[in-house]
Ligand binder design. Structure first.
Ligand code: SF4
Length: 362
């Protein structure tokens, strides 16, 4: 007896979309920014969540989203906020250029668009901080436009469904084209959220739950037995390690010297414990003195180091400390009472530096 090789069922795109929507109606995730069935979608909440979710997990974003929407319930309220307040509320979420663009975008929507986000991908992409993916997500979710979204979840689902063996990121255009073939005109906003949910809860990176998948019989990777191997990725270069030294200066009865980083570049506009530049080569000790915020002080090197990983490099920071009896003015820097450090927009790496220093000094 011959056994026919198994082939995935040839299921027309509208039927695939319909099946996924039916699955979504039963299994959709409840998320703080997502409108419940029958509820009106608020483009402000969709936009805010999509910006926060870039490079950041749903679990991390949840409390930030809650705090932002309680404090600034509308785009006009966010536009009226001080950038410093926004940066401070964003502290810990990382990728701080997003926070600055978030504020610029809110100002643009409030002042140029009467508080209404544009409802097309092209209109959305004209705003600060909104790229291809975010424009498609907002157009689909907030305005029910048949825009094709392609985030990590969707890439994985489509690579498996259509057995795309070429590695990411080179395969993105092909994946987008294949994803667009299935994107329906009916309920495209729900469909966009459905395919993201499928990737997040069923078609997971390891051990996809194919038995419960609404696309199981159509899935070429499942049939070929390679679902867990896709999508392939071009190996990343190993991250270099950069090193620097922070200068933790305590003054008076308990204030810490902080300064603001330049607006452009990594952690732009955020507060920092004054630091030497971060390089892959070690700085000569004499050079370090030159970067101290106050000259003529005896700096003591604290034991250990602070480690942090950014997208493109690891960072290792030595910490030097000193105390001053008073709070002399320091150009470009400001004294922060220790009990008010929570109000400084300290990015995660600098919060680690402060904790490290305080553990040794207080
Ligand atoms: Fe993913 Fe499995 Fe569904 Fe294919 S059948 S889309 S691999 S969960």
């Amino acid at each position: 007896m011959t056994v026919a090789a198994e082939f995935p069922a040839q299921i027309p795109a509208p039927l695939l979309a319909g099946r996924l929507l039916a699955w979504y109606d039963r299994h959709r995730r409840r998320l703080p920014w997502r409108a419940e069935p029958g509820e009106e979608v608020d483009p402000y909440r969709v936009w805010l969540s999509e910006i926060m979710l870039q490079q950041t997990t749903v679990a991390t974003v949840g409390p930030y989203f809650q705090r932002f929407t309680e404090r600034w319930p509308t785009v006009e309220a966010l536009a009226a906020a001080d950038l410093d307040q926004v940066l401070s509320a964003w502290a810990g979420l990382g990728y701080y250029a997003r926070a600055r663009n978030l504020h610029r975008c809110a100002v643009a929507v409030a002042s140029q668009y009467g508080g209404r986000f544009p409802d097309s991908e092209a209109g959305l992409k004209a705003l600060p901080g909104i790229g291809d993916y975010t424009a498609a997500a907002i157009a689909a979710i907030a305005y029910d436009r048949p825009a094709t979204i392609l985030d990590g979840n969707v890439e994985r689902v489509i690579a498996r469904l259509r057995l795309v063996g070429d590695p990411l990121p080179g395969s993105k255009p092909a994946l987008k084209r294949l994803a667009a073939e299935i994107t329906p005109d009916i309920r495209p906003g729900d469909y966009a959220q459905a395919i993201m949910d499928l990737g997040a809860t069923v078609c997971t990176p390891r051990s996809p739950k194919c038995l419960t998948c609404p696309w199981s019989d159509a899935c070429a990777a499942r049939v070929a037995g390679v679902a867990g191997d896709l999508p392939r990725k071009t190996p990343k270069k190993t991250k270099p390690t950069r090193r620097g030294t922070c200068f933790f200066l305590l003054g008076g009865d308990g204030a810490v010297l902080l300064r603001r980083r330049p607006e452009s570049g990594l952690l732009g506009g955020m507060q920092e414990v004054p630091s030497s530049p971060w390089h892959e080569t070690d700085a000569a000790p004499g050079d370090l003195d030159h970067h101290a915020p106050v000259a003529g002080i005896d700096w003591a090197e604290l034991p250990g180091a602070v480690r942090h990983t950014f997208t493109h490099f690891h960072l290792e920071l030595a910490v030097r400390s000193a105390r001053l009896p008073s709070l002399p003015p320091v150009a470009g820097a400001r004294w922060w009472p220790i009990e008010r450090l929570g109000e400084a927009a300290l990015p995660t790496v600098m919060a680690k530096v402060v904790r490290h220093a305080m553990a040794h000094l207080l």
